[in-house]
Ligand binder design. Sequence first.
Ligand code: 1CP
Length: 339
Amino acid sequence: MILLNVLRNIQTTRMPVWLMRQAGRYLPEYRELRNKADGFIDFCLSPELAARATLQPIEKFGMDAAILFADILLIPFAFDQKVVFNEGGGPILEALSEEKQLGLLNWDIERLNPVFETIERVYDELDDDKALIGFSGGLWTVACYMMQGRSQPSFPKALACAQYDPEFMKFLMDALHDATLEYLGRQIEAGVDVLQIFDSHAGLLQGAFFDKYVIQPTKDLVAALKAEYPNVPVIGFPRGASLSDYEKYAAETGVDCVGLDQDVPLEFARRTLRLIKPLQGNLDPELLLKGGAPMKNEAEKIFRELGPNHIFNLGHGIIKETPPENVADLVSFVKSLTV
Ligand code: 1CP
């Protein structure tokens, strides 16, 4: 598997490619499939539908890896915190107030059994040369949603709690550590080849807070995973982190690969981060939305600066309005870039 080769520092001749949110609303096939379940959580917990959604982009575009179709908010769901997704809008979670904390955190991994069945189904169908990626949210990012109750640009409740109520934050992060470790372990046992930790809101923190709520929890989670599953590579994605925090994340967390958002300059990636770990990502999703020459020029620049041992991906998920033709174009173009 070419994706695993990059993660294990084995020389490749081209960049493996997959795209964050490669399954989802931009695909007409996905929209059709999505209509077969009521709520989004129901969809994620229907192994047959979720396995089809996982495989759709691979069958259509030929990426080198499939990512399990699920969501980072299945962890709050398995804590018995109510989670609903409004049509077209973001998620709404039952408020997690301090008074209710103990009663609310009622973890039951069995609620996620359908996810492991999805993995088994995909594993059976996926070609041997394609990797299957499992994932979870970073603990900080999941805490943001659990505390705020909905998507917000800045998650002020989680930030205030990190600053003024470190005891409660520790309680929540410890619970998330145990839950996430168990969840990811079960994903590995079911058949995933690689894990990605999406710390999508890491960029809300800097300096000492970044150390405490992003670096340390990631380091502890990766160490615990490696103790049991030393051969399963972990990709960490601290989206929006400052460049110095990116460097620390690469050096200190123990992840095997660092995901770059589109704001990380390629030169910094090549001169600094690339010397510490293999990298993934960086293409601006807006360029995929536009397509054509600007998209290809930037993809080629990524290849020249970081390839071929770089996992080609976006800096964040595919934008819903992206024409599927652009995705086809990008994947075949990236695969044609060889040394
Ligand atoms: O029906 C739909 O299309 C709903 C949209 C959707 C999809 C396709 C949501 C709701 N989740 C997903 C699937 C999903 N989510 C995947 C698997 C599919 C793939 O990547 O191909 C993954 C890996 C995620 C991860 C996820 N969920 C993240 C981390 C990555 C990121 O985008 O930063 C986050 C933050 C979420 C929360 C979430 N799920 C869905 C929404 C609308 C949101 C909120 C995003 C926000 O805060 O703005």
